[in-house]
Ligand binder design. Structure first.
Ligand code: PEP
Length: 253
């Protein structure tokens, strides 16, 4: 049985004060979501140390939205995986389409970041997803498989055990458009097959693959009911604790 996960990507939203209040809200409401679902919140860097203290001893796990591709040194403005691990960060989102688009993050950079994360005991949530024009040109499966393959082929079998994948079609992120449950299932099955090709069926069957892209309380249950959809990476709807928890309720106890 794969771990079911609902992770909130807060992006560059909330002040530290607002974020702390949101984290408290999520903690307070978390008892209403099924026990077997792992809940992760990924606030901005400025919030992490304070939120880490708030979530300690609760069922909420903490993630960051990025980390440096280097261990330490003269990289002004960067935050290392070691720093994140030191304050209790357990996950880091890597390869989000916004980072690919605005910061030019491609496979080689992502692989370095994943190595940094794993080397410090932080689990990467590696994102992939096609643009609308790629889907319209029927290239979506090839594009996503290439994104995944180019990174995971650089990992050892032991490292792969720590990786969570997230399929986020770019055309569905923040647009209100959601992949249908069938579109999500189709892609997730291809992603799992790509993992199997490199690491075998047992690892493929153990790797959680999350769906992201305008996931909300009204569509979560149908998406999560798909055999290869193991949860969600939630953007906008994770900024309201009740919506975030309602999404987690898309999983049956
Ligand atoms: C995301 O950016 O990870 C995301 C899924 O955003 P949204 O839920 O707002 O589409």
């Amino acid at each position: 049985m794969r771990q079911q996960i609902v992770a909130g990507n807060w992006k560059m939203n909330t002040t530290p004060t607002e974020g702390f209040a949101l984290a408290k809200d999520v903690i307070a409401q978390s008892a209403q979501s099924p026990n077997n679902v792992e809940l992760i919140i990924c606030p901005p860097f400025t919030h992490l140390a304070e939120v880490a203290k708030a979530v300690r001893g609760t069922r909420i796990h903490l993630g960051a939205q990025n980390c440096a591709m280097w261990a330490e040194g003269a990289y002004t403005g960067e935050v290392s995986a070691k720093m994140l691990a030191n304050i209790g960060v357990e996950y880091v989102i890597l390869g989000h389409s916004e980072r690919r688009e605005h910061f030019g993050e491609q496979s080689a950079i992502l692989l370095s970041k994943i190595q940094q994360a794993l080397g410090n005991g932080v689990k990467p949530i590696l994102c992939c997803g096609e643009r609308l024009e790629e889907r319209n040109a029927q290239q979506h499966i090839a594009v996503v498989n290439a994104q995944i393959e180019s990174v995971i082929s650089g990992l050892t079998a032991e490292q792969m055990q720590q990786v969570v994948l997230a399929y986020e079609p770019v055309w569905a992120i923040g647009t209100g458009l959601t992949a249908t449950a069938q579109q999500a299932q189709e892609m997730h099955a291809h992603i799992r097959a790509t993992v199997a090709k490199h690491f075998g069926d047992a690892q493929a069957n153990a790797t959680p693959i999350l769906y992201g892209g305008s996931c909300k309380p009204s569509n979560a249950a149908e998406l999560f009911a798909q055999p290869d959809v193991d949860g969600g990476l939630i953007g906008g709807a994770s900024l309201k604790a009740s919506d975030f928890i309602a999404i987690a309720q898309g999983f049956k106890e």
